[in-house]
Write a protein that binds this ligand. Structure first.
Ligand code: PLP
Length: 376
């Protein structure tokens, strides 16, 4: 049997990882400024994480949501504490798309409305509703097309007000920083405006925090910079440091009912152990502060490069916009300097490293970057 060939892959076989370093099958060391797409939050093979998963596996790997799973409550309590959203309720699932799918569905259950506001260049996942609110027609199959989604220009308050004219909006879904869309930071006053129009019409504010959340920007949710509370936050990626786990946290005003949401694998014992280990390390090692500090350092240094058109982002979610003639930089960073980065079209280098990236590793990246793009 062959694999279904959907990924344009690099010919590199990574077999080992420690912190922000990974190694291929020939022993070549790479600096991971990409974190496997924002997933590696506390570093590869973090010892506390490995031990917690190992211990749990020896006890019990899985049992279904038909029994008590105290680890879920433990994870909810820890997540409430670290995120500062202690009165929210947690529903666990397995991925970012699934988290958004549940958030959008729950919003509609809550207010009985159907229309959803989403934004140009957004990415929210590939399941049916998540992909319907994603602004990329190439990945929307005919069966996922719907009239229920209204795409608005990023940051356009007048368009937002107009969309709300009919009083039929169930929810607004927005990334605090668009990731796939090229690291675009949502303006604080725009997030505040969304909060106020949602309040007026009992619409649900969904903060997609799958990529920009979980401490990456220096605050737990990047939407926190606007000083507002969303009704639902979706999360995944960094939540399990590689173990598949996602979730939504839900404002106390939205009440649960049996059968409303459900999943076979979501919240299983191993996933909870991974989720707890991640939060314990974030808390103990003060990783949000590190993300803020090393992130600011990188952003300030990157802004000094003559060839860089723009640097966007917050903390360790950084987009470097380059001129067209430097379209080979990512490839050269990877094959000449052995540094993984991400991309956003057309020519943005995306940095999404582990939250415990050291300043020395940031400097190693800056040196390699200078070798490719010229002087600061
Ligand atoms: C903002 C955002 N939302 C949702 C998703 C979907 O997450 P997953 O791939 O875990 O389904 C992603 C994935 O890149 C994302 O960046």
């Amino acid at each position: 049997m062959n694999l279904f060939d959907v990924y344009p892959i690099n010919p590199i076989n990574i077999v080992k990882g420690v912190g922000s370093l990974v190694y291929d099958d020939k022993g070549t060391e790479y600096l991971d400024m990409y974190g496997g797409h924002a997933v590696i939050s506390i570093g590869h093979t973090n010892p506390h994480y490995v031990k917690r998963l190992e211990d749990q596996l020896h006890q019990l790997g899985f049992y279904s949501n038909s029994i008590e799973i105290p680890l879920q409550q433990e994870l909810a309590a820890k997540l409430g504490k670290v995120s500062g959203k202690e009165d929210y309720q947690l529903f666990l699932c397995n991925s970012g798309a699934e988290a958004n799918e549940n958030a959008l569905k729950l919003a509609s259950f809550y207010n009985g409305k159907k229309k959803i506001v989403a934004f140009r260049k957004s990415f929210h996942g590939r399941t049916s509703l998540a992909v319907a609110v994603t602004d990329n027609p190439k990945i929307v199959a005919p069966v996922n097309e719907t009239d229920n989604v209204i795409f608005l220009p990023w940051g356009d308050e007048a368009a937002l007000e107009q969309a709300f004219a009919g009083n039929d909006i169930s929810s607004v879904i927005i990334e605090g920083i668009q990731g796939v869309g090229g690291i675009q930071v949502a303006a604080e006053n725009f997030l505040q405006k969304i909060r106020s129009v949602c309040n007026e019409q009992n619409a649900v504010f969904i903060a997609d925090s799958v990529q920009c959340g979980y401490g990456r920007t220096g605050k737990f949710f990047s939407h926190d910079f606007a000083g507002i509370d969303a009704d639902i936050y979706s999360m995944a990626k960094g939540m399990g440091n590689g173990f598949p786990i996602g979730g939504i946290i839900i404002s106390p005003k939205i009440k649960p009912a049996y059968g409303m949401l459900g999943t076979t694998f979501g919240g299983n014992h191993l996933a909870c152990a991974a989720g707890l280990a991640v939060l314990e390390v974030i808390e103990r090692e003060n990783l949000m502060q590190n993300a803020a500090d090393v992130g600011s350092y990188l952003i300030n240094e990157l802004k000094k490069f003559e060839q860089v058109k723009e640097v966007r982002g917050r903390g360790l979610m950084i987009g470097i916009e380059l001129p067209e003639e430097l379209s080979n930089v990512r490839k050269d960073l990877l094959f000449k300097h052995h540094i993984f980065t991400g991309e956003a079209k057309p020519n943005v280098v995306r940095l999404l490293p582990a939250l415990n990236l050291t300043k020395a590793h940031a400097d190693r990246f800056l040196e390699a970057f200078a070798a490719e793009v010229g002087p600061r």
